[in-house]
Ligand binder design. Sequence first.
Ligand code: AQP
Length: 327
Amino acid sequence: KQVVFSAIQPSGTITLGNYLGAIRNWVKMQDEYSCIYALADLHTITVRQEPAQMRRNIIDAYASILACGIDVEKSLFFIQSHVPTHAQIAWILNCYTQFGELSRMTQFKDKSKKHADNINAGLFTYPSLMAGDILLYQADKVPVGADQKQHIELTCDIAKRFNGLYGNVFKIPEGFIPKNGARVMSLQNPLNKMSKSDENVNGCVHLLDSPEVIMKKFKRAVTDSDACVRYAEGKDGVNNLMTIYGAVTGKTFEEIENEFAGKGYGDFKTAVGEAVVEELRPIRERYERLVADKGYLAECYRKADEIAYKISSRTLDKVMKKVGFIK
Ligand code: AQP
C-alpha cells in the first residue's frame, strides 16, 4: 500500500475549511492507503499560545479528528511532540534549506504581517519541520488544502536536494488537493481563507458550532448586490458559498445555479447552512462522547506515538548516517 501522511495544527477549534480541504480526504483514504496522521503541536508554538488553552486545544483537536472518522484500527494518529524524531530531523533539514527559499513562502509573509510583534525563527523555518514530518514516513501522498501547495513543493525540493547529495534516502511525495473545497474562504471577508485563528468569529464555521450558530453565520455571510446565485469573477462571497454547498452535497456549480434560479440569497444561504449542519451533526455528537473519555484518547495516541517513533527512527537513522554522524 502507498503511504499517506498529513497533519493539522491544534491552534484552535477545527474549521469547516480544515475539514473540507483536508480531513475529509484523510477519512476517505483510510481503506486504500496506509495512513499516518499527526497533530502538529510543535508547529503551533510558532505563534504564541496560552499554555492551559493549548492543552485543551490538543485534546479537543484529537477528539475532533477521531470524530470526523479517523479509525485508529486502520490509521495511525499520533501527537508530533511525543515523537522526538520530528524535532531532530527538522534541525538537520534546516541545514539543507536555503534562507531564500523560506523567504518566498507566502504563509510566512502572511503570518509575519499578522504577528508582527513575534516574527520568530520557528515561524520562518516552519516549512522544514513540515518537510521532516512528511519525509520521515516516506509518504507517497499528502492530502492538504490548496494553501499548503507551496510547502509541499518545498518539501520535494529539499528531498531531491538531499537525495542528490546522498543517494535515494527520501521518497518524493505528492500533494493531494481536493477538486472541491480546497480553499474555503472567510464568510465575512471572502478574499481571505477561512482560518482557525480568525478574530472575526462570524467569518469561520467551527466543526463543533451548534446548528443555531452555524445557521446564524451563514445568514450573515457577505454576498453582493447582484442577487443571482451564479459562479462568476468578482462574486467572491457567493462563489465561496457555492464552493461549500458543492463540496458538501456533491452538486456541480451548474446544478446549484439551476436549483436557485429565480430565488434570492436568503433561500440559498439557508440551504447552505442546513447542508453544513447535517454534515457536521454526527461529528459533533461523536466528539461529545469521545472528549468525555480522556483515558481512551490517551490510549489511542500513546499507541500511535510509539509506532510512529519506530517508523520514523528508521528514516532518521539513515539520514544521520548519510550526513556523517556516528553511532
Ligand atoms: N480555508 C481552508 N480551506 C481549505 N483547506 C484549508 N486548510 C486550512 N485552511 C483551509 C487545510 O487544513 C489543513 C490543516 O491546516 P493547519 O492547521 O495545518 O494549518 P493552517 O492552514 O494554518 O490552518 P488554519 O485553520 O488557517 O490555522 P491557523 O489560523 O492557526 O493558521 C491543511 O491541510 C490546510 O491546507
